[in-house]
Design a protein around this ligand. Structure first.
Ligand code: ZN
Length: 227
C-alpha cells in the first residue's frame, strides 16, 4: 500500500522530476571562433581563448543541474566553421543555444563598453509557414534574452562590478540564419574598453559572469520544461 506521503512524493516525481529525467532540456553552448579564427584581437587578448574559457565555465555550472544536458560546439582550440556549429545545434536537437563572444569597437572607441545580447531578426521575406515558425523561434529567443537582461540589471555584475548593459536587440547573424532552434548571441564585453578589459583580466569576473549566465539559462529552461 502506498502511504499518502509516498503518493504525494510519487505525484511530485511524476509531474516534476520524471519529465526532466526522460526529456532533458538540451542547451548548446557555442564558444565563438577557435583554431585559425582568432576573432577579435586587442593588445594580447585573443577572443577565441576567452570565449572557450567562459563557455567551459558555463558548461561546468549547467552540468551540475539535473534535467539539463549541455552540448559544446567546441571543447578546445579548433577551427569550427559556422555551418558545422549549426549542424551540431541541429544534431543535438537543442532546445536552446547560447553563442559566446567578446567584442571590439571597430573605431577603437574606449567608451563603447558592456555586455550585449542579440536574438534572431524576423524575416518577412519567408513564405507564411516559414515566417510563422520563425516567429515562434524568435519569440523564445527574445524571452531568454529579456530574462537575462532583466536579471542582469539586478545582478552584482551590474551593481557591484559596474559592467554596463549596452544592447539587447535583434540582429541578422549567419548562425541565426543557419539554425532553427531558439538562441541568443552574447557579446560579453569590449576588449577595446579599459574598464571592460580590467574585468575580463580578472578570473573572478569571468566566474561570476559564467555563474550568472548559467543560473539565468537554467531558470529559463525550468520554466520551459515545466509547461
Ligand atoms: Zn566574436
Amino acid at each position: 500500500m502506498i502511504s499518502r506521503k509516498n503518493s504525494r512524493f510519487l505525484s511530485f516525481f511524476a509531474t516534476l522530476i520524471l519529465p526532466f529525467v526522460m526529456y532533458p532540456f538540451t542547451i548548446v553552448i557555442d564558444a565563438g571562433h577557435g583554431g585559425n579564427e582568432k576573432g577579435a584581437v586587442q593588445t594580447g587578448i585573443v577572443e577565441k581563448d576567452l570565449t572557450l574559457r567562459l563557455a567551459q565555465k558555463i558548461q561546468t555550472h549547467l552540468g551540475k543541474r539535473s534535467g539539463i544536458k549541455v552540448v559544446m560546439t567546441r571543447e578546445n582550440d579548433t577551427t569550427v566553421p559556422i555551418e558545422d556549429r549549426a549542424k551540431k545545434i541541429a544534431a543535438a536537437k537543442a532546445d536552446l543555444f547560447v553563442s559566446i563572444h567578446f567584442n571590439i569597437d571597430v573605431f577603437r572607441l574606449s567608451e563603447t563598453r558592456g555586455i550585449e545580447i542579440y536574438y534572431p531578426a524576423d524575416d518577412f521575406a519567408q513564405d507564411p509557414a516559414a515566417a510563422f515558425a520563425l516567429y515562434h523561434r524568435n519569440n523564445r529567443s527574445f524571452a531568454l534574452g529579456k530574462l537575462i537582461r532583466d536579471q542582469y540589471l539586478k545582478s552584482e555584475l551590474f551593481t557591484v562590478w559596474k559592467h554596463d548593459f549596452n544592447m539587447f536587440a535583434q540582429r541578422d547573424l549567419k548562425l541565426f540564419r543557419l539554425t532553427d532552434a531558439p538562441g541568443i548571441l552574447v557579446e560579453t564585453a569590449y576588449l577595446t574598453a579599459p574598464e571592460d578589459r580590467s574585468r575580463i583580466e580578472n578570473e573572478q569576473f569571468l566566474d561570476d559572469m559564467a555563474q550568472f549566465l548559467a543560473t539565468t539559462i537554467a531558470e529559463y529552461a525550468g520554466k520551459k520544461a515545466a509547461r
